[in-house]
Design a protein around this ligand. Structure first.
Ligand SMILES: O=C(O)CCC(=O)N[C@@H](CCC(=O)O)C(=O)O
Ligand code: ZN
Length: 332
């Protein structure tokens, strides 16, 4: 296998390859761009016009999707998977991956859409670098642009595999993309209704890509992801890369549960208290009247919505950041 197919090993070892460009036997080009970033270009005459950004490790301890991308790249480097799409593989936070931690100082996934300019330290620099690499990758006109930013969650979930679909003024959420996610085994999608500061929000709102954060089960250390079944996602990604995606079937979005954000719970101070046990799963339903959280100055978060569910409840985030999202079911 080509040495650049070992991007994960190189990244975990903190090594820069001596040869930055390698070609497979059939002419697919692998180009190491920066730490944890590698661009794949189809052999001449094979390009389908599809640009696919696959990122994982934006949070360093979310290993199942990192292992999935490693497998896909290894197959390309061995000549077993022949790309017709341009693909940019990215491992987002290499130092956090080496330490097995979500982040070091700052959560990179809160530093996009320019937020890194107000931040400091290695993670602000890395967010800026990821933005630049993605912007260059998606700068060619007339091509389809798709970004999946792959994550796993801190908690268990009543809906194991779900996606978050960013929002941008004047754009409609695409039913075709939702049907594609359904084929990939995604059971629910949260449709955002305001611009965010995450990586997928950046590529969606500023680079014109279709973009999603995908949540693929619970975060576990490397080698301990047997319980997560990513076969349907893997098959979809192989099809996208090879330009051989199975045709959309009649089922379309059938069975896909859609949610909208009702409220984001923001932690304002160190007095923030979340009234949910650590064992409560994502998508747990909360009854109207339930006191979800309290904060300084008598702020109280009381559930008012019928059918409200909580995702990503986390009292340990920094002040000013999202400490949970209350979502409600919707139809498109
Ligand atoms: O389990 C959690 O609390 C967080 C899991 C995670 O990292 N989720 C992403 C979602 C990004 C988005 O809102 O699109 C994150 O919080 O960064
Ligand atoms: Zn994550």
């Amino acid at each position: 296998m080509l040495a650049l197919g070992r991007l994960l090993d190189l990244t975990l070892a903190g090594r820069e390859p001596t040869e930055k460009i390698q070609l497979t036997a059939d002419g697919t080009r692998l180009h190491w761009l920066a730490e944890g970033a590698l661009e794949v270009t189809p052999a001449s005459g094979c390009d389908s016009g599809f640009d696919l950004l696959l990122s994982a490790g934006i949070h360093g301890n979310e290993t199942a999707p990192i292992e999935l991308l490693d497998q896909l790249l290894q197959r390309i480097a061995r000549g077993q998977l022949k790309p017709a799409a341009r693909v940019l593989f990215m491992f987002g936070n290499p130092e956090a991956m080496r330490r097995g931690e979500r982040y070091l100082e700052h959560d990179i996934n809160r530093l996009f859409c320019g937020r890194h300019e107000d931040g400091s330290g290695s993670e602000a620099l890395r967010a800026s670098e990821l933005e630049r690499l993605a912007a260059v990758f998606f700068s060619r006109d007339g091509r389809q642009r798709l970004h999946y930013d792959l994550h796993t969650a801190i908690r268990g979930s009543k809906i194991e595999q779900f996606a978050l679909y960013p929002w941008s003024e004047g754009r409609q959420h695409s039913r075709a993309e939702l049907a594609r996610l359904r084929r990939a085994g995604i059971d629910a999608v949260l449709l955002q209704s305001k611009t965010g500061i995450t990586f997928s929000s950046y590529t969606y709102s500023q680079l014109g890509a279709e973009a999603f954060t995908l949540e693929l089960g619970k975060a576990r250390p490397f080698g301990q992801n047997q319980a997560v079944n990513l076969q349907r996602l893997e098959a979809l990604l192989e099809g996208l890369i090879a330009g051989a995606e199975s045709a959309p079937d009649e089922a379309g979005m059938d069975g896909l549960q859609l949610f909208a954000v009702s409220r984001e719970v923001i932690k304002h101070s160190d007095h923030f208290r979340l009234h949910l046990d650590d064992a409560v799963d994502n998508f747990t339903e909360l009854q109207p009247g339930y006191l979800l959280a309290e904060d300084i100055g008598g702020t109280r978060w009381i559930v008012e919505e019928q059918g409200a569910r909580i995702i990503f409840p986390n009292p340990r985030v920094k002040n000013g950041l999202r400490a949970g999202i209350l979502v409600v079911p919707v139809e498109l």
